[in-house]
Design a protein around this ligand. Structure first.
Ligand code: 9UX
Length: 70
């Protein structure tokens, strides 16, 4: 499935690359695209294998914040 997240804590373009890399590293993720402009991230992943919380955790492990859109 495809899910959009809000991302916090990114200030430069290397930040967005870090977040993208951390999420793309997850086995169940086929594509993660981060936008620094809109502080958002689009993720295509296998929902049978991981949950949005797992993706949020990966972002947090990389030193940033993520949440589902309000
Ligand atoms: Mo840029 Mo982001 O120098 O954690 S990589 S601020």
């Amino acid at each position: 499935m495809k899910q959009t997240f809000q991302v916090t804590g990114m200030t430069c373009s290397a930040c967005s690359a870090h977040v993208e890399k951390a999420v793309n590293k997850l086995e169940a993720v086929s594509k993660a695209e981060v936008s620094l402009m809109t502080n958002s991230m689009s993720v295509e992943y296998n929902a049978d294998a991981i949950s949005p919380q797992d993706i949020i955790h990966a972002v947090e492990q990389a030193g940033y914040g993520a949440s589902l859109p309000q």
